[in-house]
Write a new protein. Structure first.
Length: 353
């Protein structure tokens, strides 16, 4: 039996609807491919469309700038080690006018900077990263780069490291303290200072009222920050003479942190009785008042006079290349059999004897 006119009309309507649906889907697909991404290069969440060249290579250039310098563009050299998985694959040392480093396009590379000691030294913590030709993100102060084009350009913002200077204020005697090598008690003092008293630079501190001292410290060099990945406050004060200290950072009490030392730090700092941690996010820039560290100690029960001068040292944590040259580690000392300080200690002694 043949189809009726109504049947043919129904089939025609269905065919027209199908064609229209297919056309609309194609248009929407074209439209979705044509619209611009919601973010732009360098913004968080931006992803480059991958157009890796046929040879699979990408020319990578990394430039490093100091964001603390707001008066100009300060570009400086940092050493970065690039890891693919757990394997060290690349080393970059020129980040001011770099020549291209050939890397594998489409491969994730985690670059870890290392710190150096001294005035305006390198820090190991990346503040931010931007660029073109790849997916770029900061992970725990390091930078992950996945090149997606034949050329990948990256800009890192990294503060420079400083050396430190401090003043000491005696809260019992209400005055600034002298350094034994300085006739003025109003100066900031650099590493290796021995504090005496508020009287002069040859009279020892009297422990009759115990110890209650505010240390105000700041970076010396312009456009620098003394901190990197945290700072150990190391206190040498034998328990036979001194009770456990109370330590406050900007008025907030710090917990004793010996258990947080890594194995190499524990070996290097075995002579210190107490350890405290200044967090990584504590800013210690040049100028101003820097940070305040309050140290309070009492003589142990039954001890009438001090027989040991307390020592208070600062050890900056950073990143460094392992002794075997195969990995980048975090800490204040190396992983050598006899651990060596990476960023020079700032050490202070209180003359009470």
């Amino acid at each position: 039996m043949g189809k009726s006119k109504t049947d043919y009309k129904s089939i025609a309507v269905m065919m027209i609807a199908m064609v229209a649906a297919i056309g609309l889907a194609g248009y929407m697909g074209f439209f979705s491919m044509s619209v611009s991404p919601s973010t732009q290069p360098g913004e968080p969440g931006y992803t480059e469309l991958s157009t890796c060249p046929t040879d699979g290579d990408s020319d990578l250039k990394i430039n490093v700038y100091n964001p603390l310098n707001t008066s100009g563009s300060e570009n400086y050299d940092v050493t970065l080690y690039g890891f693919t998985g757990d394997s060290l694959a690349y080393t970059i040392t020129d980040t001011t006018s770099p020549t291209a480093t050939t890397v594998n396009c489409g491969e994730n590379i985690l670059f870890k900077p290392i710190g150096t000691t001294g005035a305006s030294g390198d820090k190991s913590y990346i503040v931010s990263a931007s660029g073109t030709g790849g997916d770029i993100s900061v992970v725990d102060g390091n930078v992950n780069i996945k090149p997606t084009k034949g050329t990948t350009n990256v800009i890192l913002q990294m503060q420079q490291h400083a050396t430190l200077e401090c003043k000491a204020y005696d809260n019992f005697n209400k005055g600034l303290m002298y350094d034994n090598g300085d006739s003025s008690n109003t100066d900031y003092e650099t590493d290796g200072v021995t504090w005496t008293s508020t009287t002069d630079n040859s009279t020892a501190y009297s422990e009759a009222n115990d110890i209650d001292i505010d240390f105000t410290c700041r970076a010396i060099q312009t456009d620098t920050d003394y901190n990197d990945r945290g700072i150990w406050v190391l206190i040498e004060a034998p328990a036979a003479v001194w009770d456990e200290p109370t330590v406050l950072l900007n008025g907030v009490r710090l917990a004793e942190a010996t258990t947080q030392l890594n194995n190499d730090e524990r070996k290097a700092y075995a002579d210190y009785e107490y350890v405290y941690l200044i967090p990584q996010n504590t800013v210690i820039e040049d100028g101003g008042d820097g940070f305040d560290l309050t140290v309070r100690m009492e003589l142990s029960e039954g001890v009438s006079s001090a027989t040991a001068d307390p020592e208070i040292d600062f050890a900056v944590r950073t990143q460094y290349l392992s002794t075997d040259g195969m990995s980048v580690k975090e800490g204040s000392v190396t992983d050598a059999s006899s651990p060596a300080q990476i960023i020079s200690l700032y050490d202070m002694t209180l003359d009470v004897t």
